[in-house]
Design a binder for this molecule. Structure first.
Ligand SMILES: CC(C)(COP(=O)(O)OP(=O)(O)OC[C@H]1O[C@@H](n2cnc3c(N)ncnc32)[C@H](O)[C@@H]1OP(=O)(O)O)[C@@H](O)C(=O)NCCC(=O)NCCS
Length: 465
């Protein structure tokens, strides 16, 4: 995140851990308390946006091996408590290899895919059985003074994945290695609707009663597609897609992902993960996230911070600049209220915003409104007002204000207007830098002049389009 005012991570520490008693702020709350409240309010839009949404989370065997299972379960339980529907798919690659090692048997691969002979299948069953029990135990925790207190999460699993054999490919018989054929969507949905977390293992069963060893990524991706999930979260060691200079790509479109895969420059494991993320998006999953399992709380950081900590693959560019619709009223109020309360903007009540919603242009990021501006046209006088320009403090300084202004100017020109004015008390220099000049109240259209608030003493700035 781009130097947010109060990053989520800074407040992730228990406010009670603060070393010295904090000074009370003007509102009577201590600084720590005020920070805590501000932080909680910041994540509220995401909680609202994600409630009832379905997330499929892929936890590889390496995550379990690295001792990260408990922390992940705590974070998923929190999401579950906030009303998100969670499907967890676990992997077992290192655990299967360990089982094979204990039996003194080598692991066999062809084209990067395990050849599951009868011994390897036994190992896969044992590994999955153990991990499943560990996961169920972790979700069952409820000790006081832990994040799991009162969690009471029910976990449902079962024969929910139908598999088919990979078969003989290029002369290699993959034996009990399989591919997902079908997910029992009805049962998974039923379990999610009843409030349970659904747990899937990388094993599937064929109508002939055989078990097949599947890849975690195949199960997770197929499940996300079958459920039409809102998000697929792939936790990996690399934790994202990186440019050649090592910088993390926070957001990539399907087209960019295809280009990266075609270029063949990505590390093998990153390309493998990205191919699955891409398949999920192409299959209708709204977002696929690749995030690092080594970072504590990475799922929370990815979901509740604007930029997250990994790479998000989206169907099209994520920050949509678009005209507002009636569904945006709540988001607009959440954005505007603090600025109205500190006097930066004039107060607009809900009814007014509802009535004038068509005047607004918004910037939306993953279901949350981060910026807005409104155009009020006075066509007879060839002039328009840009009002309620606001960008969430978390993402200011990245050009969103500028983009909103450009869109409002476009809309004004399209409506045949020749001039655009704003009334401002605090943002004069921002507008001056963007081609506005100071004008007198006389330039306002007649109707608007009558409503000018002489006490507020707003400056009138005008721009010729
Ligand atoms: C004004 C506002 C919409 C700009 O949004 P933004 O997304 O940060 O804008 P941009 O990224 O396009 O521009 C950022 C630049 O504007 C500058 N800026 C931000 N607020 C400013 C202000 N009040 N006065 C002068 N410059 C300002 C920043 O310092 C930055 O300058 P830089 O590019 O030289 O670093 C945003 O600061 C905001 O919401 N402010 C509160 C509401 C408000 O004042 N609205 C206008 C009511 S008329």
């Amino acid at each position: 995140m781009n130097a947010p005012a109060q990053p989520v991570s800074s407040a992730a520490a228990d406010p009670g851990d603060a070393p010295a008693p904090a000074e009370p702020g003007p509102s009577g709350a201590s600084q720590d308390e005020a920070r805590f409240v501000a932080w909680l309010r910041q994540v509220a839009p995401y909680i609202h946006a994600f409630r009832g949404k379905t997330f499929v989370v892929a936890a590889p065997g390496e995550l379990i091996e690295a001792g990260r299972l408990n922390a992940l379960v705590q974070d998923l339980s929190l999401l579950h408590a906030m009303g998100m529907r969670i499907v967890v798919v676990h992997g077992s690659r290192p655990q299967v290899n360990e089982q094979l090692r204990l039996r003194g048997v080598d692991a066999h691969y062809a084209q990067g895919l395990r050849i599951t002979d009868p011994v390897a299948l036994e190992c896969a069953k044992e590994a999955s059985g153990e991990i499943r029990l560990d996961l169920e135990a972790a979700f069952s925790q409820g000790l006081p003074n832990t994040p799991m207190a009162h969690a009471a999460v029910r976990v449902v699993s079962g024969n929910l994945v139908t598999a088919r054999p990979v078969g003989i490919v290029g002369g290699v018989d993959y034996q009990h290695t399989g591919l997902v054929r079908k997910i029992d969507v009805q049962t998974v949905r039923f379990a999610l609707e009843s409030g349970a977390v659904v747990l899937l293992s990388p094993l599937g069963y064929s109508p002939t009663g055989e078990a097949f060893n599947l890849s975690l990524e195949d199960v997770a991706t197929s499940t996300a597609i079958a459920l039409d999930a809102d998000k697929l979260v792939l936790l990996t060691e690399a934790g994202g897609v990186f440019d050649a200079d090592g910088s993390l790509r926070r957001e990539i479109s399907e087209a960019e992902a295809k280009a990266l895969l075609d270029a063949g420059t990505l590390a093998e494991d990153t390309a493998f993960t990205l191919r699955h993320a891409l398949r999920a998006c192409e299959g209708g999953v709204a977002r696929a996230h690749v995030i690092p399992f080594g970072l504590d709380g990475s799922v929370l950081l990815e979901l509740f911070q604007h930029d997250g900590v990994g790479t998000m693959l989206v169907e099209e560019t994520l920050e949509a600049l678009r005209e507002a619709g009636s569904d945006d009223v709540g988001g607009l109020i959440a954005l505007l209220r603090p600025l109205e309360e500190d006097g930066t903007l004039v107060r607009r009540d809900r009814a007014l915003i509802e009535r004038e919603i068509a005047n607004f242009t918004v910037i939306e990021h993953d279901g949350v409104i981060f910026g807005c501006a409104a155009l009020y046209a006075y066509p007879e006088e060839g002039i328009g007002e840009m009002a309620a320009l606001a960008v969430n403090p978390l993402v200011q300084g990245r050009g969103d204000g500028e983009r909103l202004l450009q869109r409002i100017e476009q809309r004004a020109r399209a409506a045949g207007l020749k001039r655009l004015f704003v009334l401002t008390t605090r943002t004069m220099h921002w507008f001056l830098k963007r081609g506005f000049v100071v004008a007198s109240v006389d330039v306002l259209p007649t109707q608007r002049r009558g409503l000018y608030n002489w006490q507020r003493k707003s400056l009138v700035l005008i721009k010729h389009l």
